[in-house]
Design a protein around this ligand. Structure first.
Ligand SMILES: [Zn+2]
Ligand SMILES: [Zn+2]
Length: 202
């Protein structure tokens, strides 16, 4: 998948975190196999995380959790900012996911519990990005990218507000976690995130 998706919780009725691009619906269904997700959580409104949401809702009528600041983009009330670096196609690409009906969307904010996972607001990359914390494992979505040299802040051109995105790295560094899972790249550790936060002066 273009962006990592995670199946967490109960093996038979797991919580699905993110859903790939609109072109990866078949891949997503193969990945799910005979598992029926009990719910979907969208970490943020970007097309590489939301692309399977409408299809999953049509198939399973499952509840879909997202932050109230990103819900207007997910349900089609607001247009997503153009996806760079192709300005003339960017608006079309960014808004290619089919809107999710508003009745499917359940707003969740900082501190809420979703099937035992604690919601953490991670603004910056988008206004309403959220992560999930449980048993010292934290799903950080696109608040961090992990490459060969460890975690870093996503580039400014893909962020709603990069200053805020940097402050969010400082917030993650203070979480009681060991393993950090991200939207793009392999897992990393809280020590690596704390080192990044120190380099950023956070
Ligand atoms: Zn992404
Ligand atoms: Zn993103």
């Amino acid at each position: 998948m273009t962006a990592n998706t995670y199946l967490v919780g109960d093996a038979e009725e797991p919580l699905l975190v993110d859903s790939g691009t609109p072109h990866e619906n078949h891949k997503l269904l193969r990945y799910l196999g005979n598992k029926k997700p009990i719910a979907l959580l969208l970490t943020h409104h970007h097309l590489d995380h939301v692309g399977g949401a409408r299809m999953l809702w049509e198939r399973f009528r499952l509840p879909i959790y997202a932050h109230p600041l990103d819900i207007p983009y997910i349900c089609g009330e607001k247009r997503r900012p153009p996806f760079p670096p192709i300005p003339w196609l960017g608006d079309y690409i960014a808004n290619s996911p089919r809107p999710v009906p508003k009745e499917a969307l359940i707003p969740v904010e900082e501190g809420a519990l979703v099937l035992g996972w604690q919601v953490v607001h991670l603004p910056g990359h988008t206004p309403g990005q959220i992560g999930l914390l449980r048993d010292r494992t934290f799903i950080a979505a696109d608040a961090l990218r992990v490459g060969p040299r460890g975690p870093w802040v996503p580039p400014a051109m893909v962020n709603h507000n990069t200053q805020e995105a940097r402050r969010t790295v400082g917030k993650i560094a203070h979480l009681e976690a060991d393993t950090i899972l991200v939207g793009h790249g392999p897992p990393t550790t809280i020590e690596a995130v704390r080192a990044l936060a120190a380099r950023l002066g956070l």
